[in-house]
Design a protein around this ligand. Structure first.
Ligand code: ATP
Ligand code: MG
Length: 392
């Protein structure tokens, strides 16, 4: 029945010059998302409206699911597009539309005509009244209610005529690409993919970095992160994932520093390296999946110690979330099943039995001086040899 969609997007964020940026980014993300749906589509914008039209047979459900992943869309309206062949023909089409869509429906309704083509012979008010009359004649169970109708039939007169009555809610947010780019520290866990998704929802383009420690962390663990990047890319993509070989740095810290400080020092080096790659690749912030108190490395003191090495803003959208709320989102965005695969992203030999939970930054810095001989060269090497994997 439907071969096209009218896309509704948030009007508040798009005043003046921003409008073009917003719409162009939305257009690009719609095209990106629809690559996953069966069919080929034309995406166009005209006069403050955006349309997706199927050019051939297509999978309706897949197309709707794809559009539901595009941030910035507030409503997806399946629309019937008609040639303008006069009022009589339009009235027949409207009745036939309602019958096909709702059967012999018994609802309160309102016709909402909008004449974008001003040369159309009937004014909107008259169209509303005349089409409403035809509907009442054809459906004994229908009643008009202009204040709170169950069914709102939109009739938009443009070059062609557009009929729609359903609005499927979109995800809201802002189109990816309208708010700069940030670097997500992506592990194989539940939290970081959710954090990336949340920041992307605010219009931020996402790059990602994963710290891999072969042979202590397996190829399967790396593959899991690649898969998670691809899942995030369905919403935010394409995503550039940098895989950093972290083994030598971890072993060196293990050799030189007190074991109860391992995690915190490791995390400080992750942040330093992530920030360096972010600077090189045009990201303006870092994103982590940290949440206060979740583990020893996420006490407020630990977060402060981790944060201290960065000058870029670090976005931690999950900071005050309970785990179960994070799990709920991860299920909704379909990262959960991948995240719970049992391939550890961090080797147990690097996790102390009694890690410090209230690290003192001065003490940590003193421990880090023991790394002075080789660490800078190791960091350079890790950055230079990072492997780039593009998803989506
Ligand atoms: P997650 O579920 O995201 O793995 P977590 O609860 O396991 O988080 P930590 O292991 O303390 O918590 O990691 C905190 C944050 O640090 C992660 O959310 C992620 O942003 C980042 N991080 C941890 N390990 C890695 C890694 N190997 N590569 C990249 N980022 C990492
Ligand atoms: Mg983790």
């Amino acid at each position: 029945m439907f071969k096209a969609f009218l896309i509704k997007y948030g009007e508040i964020a798009i005043k003046g010059k921003n409008r073009y940026l917003f719409e162009d980014a939305l257009l690009a993300q719609i095209r990106h998302a629809l690559k996953e749906a069966d069919g080929s589509f034309r995406v166009t914008k005209e006069q403050g409206r955006m349309y997706v039209e199927a050019l051939e047979e297509f999978d309706y459900e897949e197309a709707v699911e794809a559009l539901k992943r595009v941030f910035g869309i507030v409503g997806i309206c399946p629309v019937v597009i008609l040639e303008d062949e006069g009022f009589e023909r339009l009235a027949e089409e409207v009745v036939s539309y309602l019958r096909r869509r709702y059967g012999d429906c018994e609802k309160t309704f309102k016709v909402q005509a909008r004449r974008a083509r001003k040369t159309y012979p009937l004014p909107s008010m008259e169209l509303n009244a005349r089409l409403g009359g035809r509907i009442l004649d054809s459906f004994p169970g229908m009643r008009v209610n202009v204040h709170d109708p169950e069914l709102m039939l939109h009739v938009e007169i443009r070059e062609k005529i557009y009929l729609y009555s359903d609005v499927i809610p979109g995800p809201g947010g802002m189109p990816v690409g309208t708010n700069g780019k940030s670097m997500l520290l992506l592990s194989g866990g539940i939290d970081s993919p959710v954090a990336g998704w949340m920041v992307a929802k605010r219009g931020v383009k996402i790059d990602a970095v994963y710290f891999h420690a072969p042979p202590y962390t397996s190829e399967r663990a790396k593959q899991k992160v690649v898969d998670l990047a691809a899942k995030v890319a369905r919403y935010a993509g394409p995503v550039y994932l940098y895989v950093v070989n972290f083994t030598d740095i971890q072993l060196y810290i293990y050799e030189k520093c007190p074991h109860e400080e391992l995690t915190i020092i490791m995390r400080r080096y992750m942040m330093r390296i992530a920030e360096r790659i972010a600077e090189k690749t045009g990201s303006l912030g870092l994103i982590t999946g940290e949440s206060i108190g979740q583990v020893a490395s996420q006490t407020v003191q630990s977060l402060a110690a981790t944060n201290e090495v960065c000058t870029m803003p670090v976005f931690r959208p999950l900071i005050a979330f309970d785990k179960e709320d994070i799990v709920k989102i991860s299920k909704e965005i379909d990262t959960y099943e991948t995240s719970i695969q049992p391939f550890e992203d961090c080797c147990t030999i690097f996790v102390a039995k009694h890690p410090v939970t209230k690290p003192n930054i001065k003490v940590i810095k003193r421990s880090e001086t023991k790394l002075a001989e080789k660490i800078d060269a190791m960091v350079e090497e890790a950055i230079e040899t990072a492997e780039l994997i593009v998803s989506g």
